[in-house]
Ligand binder design. Structure first.
Ligand SMILES: [Zn+2]
Length: 483
């Protein structure tokens, strides 16, 4: 019976989709689109262009066919292009669409039974919408648990069938023996690593991520094969220290100093001393301003290894972070069970304060890395014990970069142009300039004055189409943790 019923449902849905295709229905995105004129003028905006330069007051941005065609002072009073729709935006700030570099399309699944496995549910509905609503117009998925789903989502988003950012889909986690997650394939050896990279490159993923328990031989094979396909590879490593990974040719390292195991006493080759053991050691004993860390930074910069800042997830392991009032909007997107479990996790974190001092250390490390010429990028990493929500977490990460001591325009550059440069796509995304894609975030306030104004997203343009963040968020109320 269940089989027969399934067939019937499948036939019905097939015929429904054929009918709708034939009828040329309006775009499935239209419920979320606020501005879709082909030619637009954003008039009298404050411009933060993503390069790190000071905000420019009273500017005008012209958009046509999804691209920025002109950026000029409003006072020049140049004639408007024919058929332009002019949006009066006095008091608003326009920044580039965020280029998020640690943007998983999954979230911890609640209700793990006693003795059950750690499991992450694909957030196929909520994550793409919330990234876009938060101003993320390009996202690298930084490790996939359902690579085929991520690739299909990308295809649907690119075809204009689903709302979401431009995706750089990362292949499945490249993980060795010892993994905590049953959703990750355990690589057998270096040949398996090479084969896995070749297979997923052929399937269409555009980046890779190496994980905790990979051996140096496996990482070497993965890097070689990723590079042979012209693709980059990042890592959240444990069995391999930062300098060893840099020597092997890795392109990027996630999270920063808290996961670098090279300083751990008695660290054995290809062995992970444990995430918490290492974090505790680094927190207590490693001096960010000392000669050892300085040498690591110098080495990473010399090898052109970028770092991805994920302060938003690191802070959740500290006490009362982020402040509760900051969490109210994100909490509404969580399923009731996910919200409940996040609050329990939060109170445990407050008791243990596992990452309180580490957060400050990580911030100083990121500042030193940039001061030494390193390329720092950012992403939200919606994992941990929950509560780091796509989009909201990306804004929070930029706020934490400012808390770390970067100026607001520097922090915005880290989350936009720096990532575009890393991706080799800075000719088309990452800053606001003529010829680039019209990927823009309109804010109802000035983040250069108060970085929290980043949360006041009023409109998100992707390729010149203006999405309504409130409608995107509303459409996934209470769905995070569920789907
Ligand atoms: Zn991650």
């Amino acid at each position: 019976m269940p089989i027969a019923r399934r067939t019937t449902i499948l036939c019905i849905s097939l015929s429904l989709s054929l009918t709708s295709a034939a009828q040329q229905k309006p775009s499935p995105l239209s419920p979320y689109v606020k501005e879709d004129a082909l030619v637009l003028v954003l008039e009298h905006v404050r411009l933060i262009d993503g390069t790190g330069s000071a905000p420019q007051q009273d500017m005008r941005i012209d958009i046509a066919g999804g691209k920025i065609t002109a950026v000029q002072a409003a006072s020049a009073h140049s004639p408007y292009p024919p058929n332009a729709k002019v949006l009066e935006m006095t008091g608003k700030t326009v920044i580039p669409g965020l280029v998020g570099m640690h943007e998983h399309l999954f979230y911890p699944t609640p209700q793990q039974p006693q003795g059950g496995v750690a499991l992450y549910g694909e957030a196929a509905d909520s994550a793409p919408r919330l990234y876009l609503a938060g101003g993320v117009t390009t996202a690298r998925t930084a490790g996939s648990l359902e690579p085929y789903t991520d690739l299909e989502l990308k295809r649907e988003i690119d075809a204009g069938l689903l709302p979401g950012p431009k995706l750089d889909v990362t292949g499945p986690y490249l993980e060795g023996k010892g993994s905590f997650a049953v959703q990750m394939h355990t690589l057998a050896d270096a040949d398996d690593a090479a084969r896995t990279v070749d297979y997923w490159a052929a399937e269409g993923v555009t980046s890779f991520k190496a994980y905790n328990y990979l051996t140096a031989d496996e990482l070497k094979a993965a890097i070689g094969h990723a590079h042979a396909h012209g693709l980059k590879i990042t890592g959240h490593l444990c069995s391999i220290g930062f300098r060893q990974a840099a020597a092997l040719g890795i392109d990027n390292l996630e999270h920063g100093l808290s996961v670098d195991t090279e300083f751990f006493p008695g660290k054995k080759p290809d062995e992970c001393p444990g995430f918490l053991a290492n974090l505790t050691y680094v927190e207590k004993n490693v001096d960010v301003e000392g000669p050892e860390v300085r040498e690591t930074i110098r080495d990473l910069v010399a090898h052109h290894v970028a770092i991805t800042s994920t302060l938003a997830v690191i802070e959740t392991f500290g006490s009362n972070r982020p402040p509760m009032e900051r969490e109210s909007a994100a909490l509404k997107t969580l399923s009731p069970q996910a919200a409940k479990e996040y609050l329990v996790g939060r109170s445990h974190a407050a008791e243990l304060d596992m990452a309180g001092p580490m957060l400050g250390k990580e911030m100083r490390f990121e500042r030193e890395f940039v001061a030494a010429g390193g390329l720092l990028m950012a992403g939200c990493d919606p994992t941990g014990y929950g509560g780091v929500v796509p989009g909201f977490g990306d804004q929070r990460n930029i706020e934490l970069l400012v808390e770390a001591g970067f100026s607001p325009v520097e922090a915005i550059r880290i989350a936009t142009l720096n990532a575009a440069i890393y991706l080799g796509r800075d000719a088309s995304i990452g800053s606001i300039a003529p010829g680039k894609a019209a990927d823009l975030v309109v804010l109802g306030g000035n983040p250069a004055e108060k970085i929290e104004n980043l949360e006041k997203v009023e409109l998100v343009f992707k390729d010149g189409v203006g999405f309504d963040p409130a409608k995107l968020i509303q459409s996934v109320t209470e769905l995070v943790g569920l789907r």
